[in-house]
Design a binder for this molecule. Structure first.
Ligand SMILES: [Zn+2]
Length: 250
């Protein structure tokens, strides 16, 4: 078995698909679980500890370095308090973050998506990326995410009655934007990441709705109740989401 990332080394580790670091909140008493029932079978809570022999030690180290930076930023964004990020509310349901370490943050998100694609675990079968799997492998290997218009990422925060649940980790079926862009998404640390899996064209919308390489990011605040309603978020069409985000930023 060869390392899925560098394709060189053979001594593989039991790699996590999603790092244990993102599950810490799940066991916190106050945030034990999301207290709503999810009737829609397409919504799935991701089980802790799904592992597979995927990566060599060096590649593991590389990914975990990016993940710890992502985690640090997410903890602060989740707490709405930071010594190194600037957080400013535009209104009650929208805020702007500045100072994100774009490169590591984006590499971490893309590496999680890529692992969801390369794993043989059936839980993640809706995350198969086809030709983009190899393209993303190259990006991760070269650590090259300089072009903010490739694989752009939108982020939403999920709350329930004003309470933030960092332990929320969920998977979603893939969706579409403008009929041509495939959008893959997942929730980790209470934030939903929507990744436009495309390196050729860019959606006809302001780049402001996505994570910028300047470290700026607009985050909208959503309710977990929306996820329990089969109609709203699960429509799998992202047009409305993107447009409403853009409209509110004006
Ligand atoms: Zn490797």
């Amino acid at each position: 078995m060869v390392c899925k990332l560098c394709q060189q080394k053979y001594d593989l580790r039991e790699s996590h698909i999603i790092s244990e670091a993102f599950y810490e909140g799940v066991y916190d008493k106050r945030h034990r679980a999301v207290p709503i029932s999810m009737e829609n079978s397409e919504l799935k809570f991701i089980q802790k500890g799904i592992r597979e022999k995927l990566l060599c030690g060096d590649c593991e180290k590389k990914l975990s370095k990016w993940e710890s930076i992502l985690k640090r930023d997410l903890v602060d964004i989740g707490n709405q308090k930071s010594e190194f990020l600037t957080l400013n509310h535009i209104d009650e349901k929208l805020f702007k973050v500045e100072g994100i370490r774009y490169k590591e943050f984006k590499l971490a998100i893309l590496s999680i998506l890529w692992r969801m694609s390369v794993t043989s675990d059936q839980f993640f079968e809706s995350y198969r990326l086809g030709a983009y799997e190899e393209k993303l492998r190259q990006k991760l290997l070269d650590e090259n995410v300089t072009d903010e218009k490739k694989y752009p990422i939108m982020v939403s925060r999920y709350e329930l009655d004003g309470v933030f649940y960092p332990g929320t980790i969920m998977g979603f079926p893939p969706g579409k934007y403008d009929q041509i862009f495939t959008v893959q998404s997942f929730i980790i640390w209470g934030h939903r990441f929507m990744i436009f899996v495309n390196d050729k064209s860019f959606p006809k919308v302001s780049i402001e709705v996505f994570l910028r390489n300047s470290g700026e990011l607009f985050v909208d605040v959503c309710s977990l109740v929306e996820l329990a309603s089969p109609k709203s978020v699960l429509s799998k069409i992202y047009d409305e989401k993107v447009e409403s985000m853009y409209a509110r930023m004006q």
